[in-house]
Design a protein around this ligand. Structure first.
Ligand code: ADP
Ligand code: MG
Length: 758
């Protein structure tokens, strides 16, 4: 037998084509990856089952003969479905269904004998097995040996991938387990015994080859812990490295810009704003670089907090950079910060205040002259505040003395981008990251675990509550009423947003009858789409013809909507305009300005307005095809209304939303508590994609942990404690080479994922 390590490529075990398929569909490249590929569930037949005594929900192992096999094409899917009828010596029958006949049709002829392993479901009155694991016998001896194995083991069921079925995967994993003689052990023994964890080799055996009385979940626990432990070690090292960096202390200056600004503030700071402000001032004055995450609901006043910190930095002779995720937002920050500063932003100019500074804007699309001016202002130190998009990160952008970097809406920036900006200081600058997406504790510990966190929990006084309602788009009366409400708000002098899921074509001019094949992305690998979802406790009924699916509807585009609204008599005379990402920057900027100035009544937009756009006079938002948006995104979106004194109204319009989507919308309508919604979001999404599609590259997401589960929160907290203690003792992991290797591997993956994302 070949001797392998966990780094060996899978081509050592399978044919090239299969290895490629495993890599493509499951991200499995090495033997180690295969070990981490855990079964979706286990079947525990224990003994041979008699065909006369089957019960729904029971895990069974049956030995039987194929009596009949029929394949047919399906109405809604491409490919064929295969139904096989099994029979035993006494004439009892059992149906077996494969939603994809591929690979089975050629083998399961009438007359062949074999065993079949799976969980009994029902279809109509008949019992059936869906996609069972099976093996056909050439002779009785072979059959007996196989049956013996199944009698004594729990049978792991893997999610299948194209041509490779669960049985083949299981055999592959077993061969791999037998071929690697030293399984990696990243968790040191003292930690294992303190936490009562299995060693990794034993855990892998339990997960992939459990005997009938074993508990695979104990093995899985260990793999979860591993994942958390490695992540936390990385974070602990990052934190440790940051602690050894020296920043220039920026001491507060009484009677400076900040004091002037505070004196002019038209409102009182909330208690939270004041407290966090004090923390920031203290951290700025320290010689350790600040590394803090500021989270708070949309409209909780984060920008004011950040601006005050920027002013403190300027008072101490430094500069501040504000990094925004989009041009719209950068431009808006520039506008609103300049406005808030008033004459304090006219540094060096006639009419400027005594301690004035200037605010520069730097974006990728601005004209050469404006750009040059901003670059110069940053490099000379004339600009105390430089606001921009990614353009700020580019090499040729220089600062005279960068003291503080503020990153708005962190979830769109990677660590790498933050680091690139940090490198622009003479010494590492202080970093403050702001996010309006509330971050549950598990995510805070996992993704932002190398930062300190502050949270603004109260909204400034005078903020009006937002009420949210779901509008059934299939009921004309409701739709009509929605547009009437918009018209009423406009009549009262307020403004509105209409948010659509796509841009569409400029010449789309009618809300046409939904053509087929619209926006819904169809699953790439059909076979998997048909796999029964074991995680839900196997609703093994798996009926092939699930009744007619709702017809695919074209998602509403901005231009289609615009045309429809223009044609709507209720909105006669209302000034409508579009805003989306494909407009040229000048148009975007001009449109935002016009909306902010009240020259546009209704802005028909894509999610470009999701982040930070602040027009207090906007009081109503209609989200069209709301079921196509995620919970957090909807919450973020509706934060655009109710920012002034008028109560905000958000109408979520949807047509034929599925059950899960309907539940999501109901939850959004039911609460305005962003933290609660973030938690709901995690639970409903179940896994992986915690970081939002934009940044959840493969390496960035988690494999075993489910960040929405309370049990896992404890695992992460434990691993965090252990990892931070270990790194405190051994920062470079010199005494923990296996852990160092695991850390390096994880970082490689993250790097690769980052590069893939571009
Ligand atoms: P965030 O960045 O958290 O979304 P902003 O800082 O943009 O919130 O604040 C939203 C609006 O509330 C702004 O118009 C801002 O001027 C105003 N605001 C901020 N703090 C207060 C406060 N303490 N009292 C009243 N209004 C405030
Ligand atoms: Mg903001």
């Amino acid at each position: 037998m070949v001797v392998l390590t966990e780094d060996s490529p899978l081509t050592k075990l399978v044919k090239k084509g299969e290895a490629e398929q495993l890599a493509r569909t499951k991200g499995l490249q090495t033997v180690g990856d295969l070990f981490e590929f855990v079964p979706r569930r286990y079947v525990r037949p224990g003994q041979l089952t008699d065909l006369s005594s089957l019960r729904v929900g029971e895990d069974v192992l049956v030995v039987a003969e194929v009596a009949r096999a029929t394949s047919r094409t399906m109405r809604n899917r491409r490919g064929k479905m295969l139904t096989v009828v099994l029979t035993d010596d006494h004439g009892h029958e059992l149906d077996v269904t494969f939603f994809s006949a591929y690979g089975h049709e050629g083998k399961l002829h009438p007359g062949v004998r074999g065993f079949f392993v799976g969980t009994i479901g029902a279809y109509g009155r008949r019992l059936q097995l869906t996609h069972p694991e099976y093996e056909l016998f050439d002779d009785d001896e072979q059959g007996e040996a196989a049956v013996e194995w199944y009698r004594t083991h729990r049978v792991p069921v893997y999610s299948t991938t194209g041509k490779i079925n669960s049985l083949q995967l299981r055999r592959l994993v077993h061969t791999a387990l037998d071929s690697v003689d030293r399984i990696r052990e990243p968790v040191p023994e003292p930690v294992r015994s303190a936490r009562g964890l299995l060693d990794r080799a034993a855990a892998l055996e339990l997960v992939h080859r459990p005997r009938v009385d074993d508990q695979p979940s104990r093995g899985l626990e260990r793999l979860k812990y591993d994942e958390a432990f490695v992540l936390q070690t990385i974070l602990a090292q990052r934190r440790k490295a940051a602690e050894t960096e020296l920043a220039t202390p920026r001491h507060p200056r009484p009677g400076g810009l900040l004091a002037d600004f505070d004196a002019r503030l038209p409102f009182e700071l909330t208690a939270g704003q004041r407290e966090i402000g004090e923390v920031l001032t203290a951290e700025l004055a320290s010689d350790r670089p600040m590394h803090r995450l500021l989270q708070g609901e949309v409209g909780s006043g984060k920008t004011v907090v950040a601006l005050r910190a920027m002013l403190a930095a300027i008072d101490a002779g430094g500069q501040a950079a504000l990094l925004a995720p989009t041009e719209v937002l950068a431009a808006q920050h520039h506008r609103s910060i300049t406005a808030m500063l008033g004459d304090l932003a006219l540094g060096g100019m006639l009419g400027g205040a005594e301690h004035g500074t200037t605010v520069a804007l730097l974006t990728g699309s601005q004209g050469a002259t404006a750009r040059k001016r901003s670059l110069l202002a940053a490099a000379s130190g004339e600009a105390g505040i430089v606001i921009g998009t990614h353009a700020l990160i580019q090499k040729h952008v220089q600062f005279a003395d960068l003291a503080l970097v503020v990153v708005d809406e962190q979830h769109r920036f990677g660590v790498e981008q933050r680091d690139a900006l940090r490198e622009k200081g003479i010494r590492p600058p202080h970093v403050l990251v702001m996010t309006a997406t509330p971050i549950p504790r598990t995510v805070a510990m996992t993704v932002f675990g190398d930062m300190e966190t502050s949270t603004l929990r109260e909204l400034p006084r005078g903020r009006s509550p937002i009420s949210t309602h779901v509008v059934d788009g299939d009921r004309p009366g409701w739709v009509e009423r929605t547009w009437q409400r918009v018209a009423e708000e406009v009549a009262k002098g307020h403004q509105a947003y209409v948010v659509c899921p796509r841009i569409g074509d400029v010449d789309d001019d009618a809300l046409g009858p939904a053509p087929v094949g619209g926006g819904r992305a169809s699953a790439g690998d059909d076979e998997d789409a048909w796999d029964v979802d074991w995680d839900d406790g196997g609703d093994g009924d798996g009926d092939g013809d699930r009744g007619p699916e709702p017809p695919e509807r074209e998602l509403t585009g901005v231009y289609t909507m615009l045309a429809a609204l223009r044609a709507n008599p209720a909105l006669e005379g209302v000034r409508l305009e579009v805003l989306h990402g494909r407009l040229d920057p000048d148009t975007k900027e001009a449109t935002m300005r016009a909306f902010a100035a009240g020259d546009i009544d209704v802005l028909v937009a894509t999610t470009v307005i999701e982040v930070g756009v602040d027009v207090p006079n906007a009081s109503v938002m209609v989200v069209v095809d709301a079921d196509r948006f995620g919970i957090s995104q909807l919450h973020q979106l509706r934060g655009r209304v109710g920012r002034g004194s008028a109560p905000g109204l958000c109408l979520l319009m949807t047509q034929g939303a599925g059950e899960l989507a309907a539940e999501r919308l109901a939850r959004v309508a039911a609460t305005t508590d962003g933290f609660e919604l973030a938690q709901v979001d995690l639970v409903l999404r179940r896994e992986g994609d915690v970081l939002g599609a934009r940044q959840s590259g493969r390496g960035n997401s988690v494999r075993h942990l489910r960040l929405g589960r309370p049990e896992d929160e404890q695992v992460i907290a434990d691993a965090r404690e252990d990892a931070f203690a270990l790194v405190a003792q051994d920062p470079d992991l010199r005494r923990h080479p296996a852990l160092a290797a695991a850390v390096a591997m994880r970082l490689d993956e993250e790097q690769a994922a980052w590069l893939e994302r571009g």
